[in-house]
Design a protein around this ligand. Sequence first.
Ligand code: AMP
Length: 433
Amino acid sequence: MPFAALGLPAPLLRGVRAAGYNTPTPIQQRAIPLILEGVDVVGAAQTGSGKTAAFVLPILARLLEGVHALRGLVLVPTRELAAQVETAARDYARYTRLNVGVAYGGVRIEPQERMLRGEGVDLLVATPGRLLDLHGRQSVAFEDIEVLVLDEADRMVDMGFAPDLQRILRLLPKKRQTLMFSATMPPELNKVAGQALVDAVRIDLAPATRTVAGITQAVYPVSKHLKTDLLDEVLKRTSMGSVIVFVRTKHGADRLARQLERRGHSVAALHGNRTQSQRERALRDLKRGRVQLLVATDIASRGIDVNDITHVINFDVPHTPEDYVHRIGRTGRADALGDAFTLMSPDERRDVEAIERFLGRSIVRVQIPDFDYHRRLATPEPRDLHPRSSSGDSGRGDRPARSSSPPPPPRPAGPSHGRRPAKADDRRSRKRM
Ligand code: AMP
């Protein structure tokens, strides 16, 4: 089915062509006609499924008709996602006269006020806290809002935004269209959804328990104190493009970034303690290939859209199976193939088992040949042996380190660890964009 069959107006079809899309993804095929009809929609879509265009395009189509005013509002959990949705929306709207704006915290509020008060915007992408600040300062008015999107709604609830969302919902006109997108639908979301949506049509393209096809997953059992050495080996032995390495805590991210740098890797770090400009630079450097590795906390696991991520490595096993699905969704986007590796210390075994139950299948265990799994303490790095006690972005601290014990014996099947340039090249050439 071509884009032209979805009922989108010509200037938007031009924008879609300019973005390089040939055919709509399944969520776009299902969601665009429905949203154009004006009904409320709840979409459970996989990360990387093309859901941004699935809601932005029909909203722009609606905004093309009628007066110039703030009529569309997209709420997202993080600044990074806000910037990304805004960029996509501007791209699709490039052949129209619609103005798209973005507002998020962590940066000065005055320029955002000037943007809203000056030319004004038709579609605003915002994080909930900053939007309420702007409203409190009377810099934004909601009376013309016709369409509201709650994007990555589960994440907004996870991050404690439910009260802000409820306040915003009370401030918006009752007569409006509401769209809610989320890869997972935790029960806490039901209350917000009940308040926000009316007779919503449900599109379930991705049961939360399934991860994007095309991602090869493997678990590497290893003692906690050997994780950095093992990661170093995996990075050396496997042909990789851009890689995101996930850790649980902010200090853990900084520590690992320093350790990898000392071992000659090009690394940037992304976590909640970094300033907005540091975060933007880290993402830019990864996108442009100036660094190969991005060491990140879960703040980066949702919404970040960097093409050519060939591997996601979980240095720490994520707290929840949902986080695992989101983390590994950073690779394999839009039909690219990607690998997701998880380093598992003995005290993380239960967490991996919980992920396997959630996925409904087991993940292959892999051992690296010739790696000394029994060495006591490799490459002492005194400054890093006693991590400061810290809490992660999620507010949860490092797990207590347990003494090492040898990993379980290897299972025969699993990804090979010779160099695989052919596969990596092949992978890149199969990408759509
Ligand atoms: P999203 O799930 O919205 O974050 O989109 C994931 C990636 O897919 C982004 O890089 C989009 O630019 C890309 N994308 C979205 N729609 C299409 C399409 N119809 N064809 C090819 N790529 C797409």
